[in-house]
Design a protein around this ligand. Sequence first.
Ligand SMILES: Cc1cc2nc3c(=O)[nH]c(=O)nc-3n(C[C@H](O)[C@H](O)[C@H](O)COP(=O)(O)OP(=O)(O)OC[C@H]3O[C@@H](n4cnc5c(N)ncnc54)[C@H](O)[C@@H]3O)c2cc1C
Length: 388
Amino acid sequence: MKNFFDNTEIAFQLKSDSELERAYFLFKMIAHQPLVRIGTAVTNFAIKAHLPVDGLIRATVFDHFCGGVSELDCMKTVDALYTAGVCSVLDYSVEGKETEEQFDAVVARTLKLIDFVNEKEAIPYAVFKPTAMGRFDLYVKVGTGEKLTSEEKEEWERIVFRFDTVCKKAYELNVALLIDAEESWMQIAADDIVEEMMRKYNKEKPVVYNTLQLYRWDRLDYLKELHKRAKEEGYIIGMKFVRGAYMEKENDRAEEMGYATPICASKKETDDNFNNAVHYIMEHLDTMHLFLGTHNEDSTMLVLNIMEEKGIAKNDSRVWFGQLYGMSDHISYNLAHKAYNVAKYLPFGPVRDVMPYLIRRAEENTSVAGQTTRELSLLSAERKRRKL
Ligand SMILES: Cc1cc2nc3c(=O)[nH]c(=O)nc-3n(C[C@H](O)[C@H](O)[C@H](O)COP(=O)(O)OP(=O)(O)OC[C@H]3O[C@@H](n4cnc5c(N)ncnc54)[C@H](O)[C@@H]3O)c2cc1C
């Protein structure tokens, strides 16, 4: 099965020669850790100093990893991907906003995204991040069970109301909604709200999806407990599986504060944990649906093999595969070519506001051993095939 993802003609079918060259040089640069560090520092400085760098960022990293500055701006990309059978999940990737007005603006934006999903077959899910709807520190405080002041209680009720507003609309329009997972110390409170939303809106089918970060060793037990409660209370679980994007932050905080890290002790343990969770959910697709968010070929193959063994149709709506736009096209396009359900997370937002997202992608590609090398070798193979 090794060749399953290796067809670069399919993988890069939508890339013009110049886009292919840009991707190749971009990953060549990202492969150099010092360059990424310097680039990040210079970009952060330029943005803070209000230097006119938007054009430069747009022409390089932004256009490779993002769909545009607004929903409408993304539509050209959404339509293009769909010609190859790849769907899109529009992801408003603005981070670090902390005022009530900004949280309300995200609600308005997510409601609009739900309308898009409702109208466009090429967009199967809406998505949002918990901290886009409420203050990070308040999630933390609620998670620890600390007593809230009366203002904080009201602020928390507003967060729950924001979740409910978007989940309710998703339910009414029959639109599936993914909710991202973030740092473990804010996630406790977010998980509780998402569970409440599933209880309310997932009675007939999964409208609300939470995210399980399997670099956390406690998550499979969490999933099993949640599953037990869901069966008792009669609702269906929607779950996005990822390994997790905050490993260094998690380990650093645990060390600083002197508690056991929630992260698995090694990459191998994360992979085993991921596989065990995959086996568990694939055994229970009657009561749990899966969105597999990964760039890992083995994890993807594992699900494909189980589907084949169990005679599950390739386009069964209970199993979706997802990759980030600008990464692992060989997985997305080859899956779509074979008629599996696949979607790209397509980030969008004003160039300056999506910088934290872009920096995370650059760092992830620098630090994830093998991933950049793999992108580069696939891009080289395609350049060779096209005789560039
Ligand atoms: C569609 C989609 C949605 C996503 N949504 C979220 C989200 O909601 N929340 C979130 O946090 N991330 C999210 N991510 C990001 C995701 O967590 C990273 O892309 C992912 O961790 C990269 O791993 P991989 O599965 O592609 O596989 P690989 O490249 O095989 O694994 C790399 C990952 O393994 C883990 N790892 C690496 N080294 C070690 C080690 N020494 N010990 C323990 N674990 C280790 C880390 O999680 C690392 O990122 C999403 C990704 C996709 C594609």
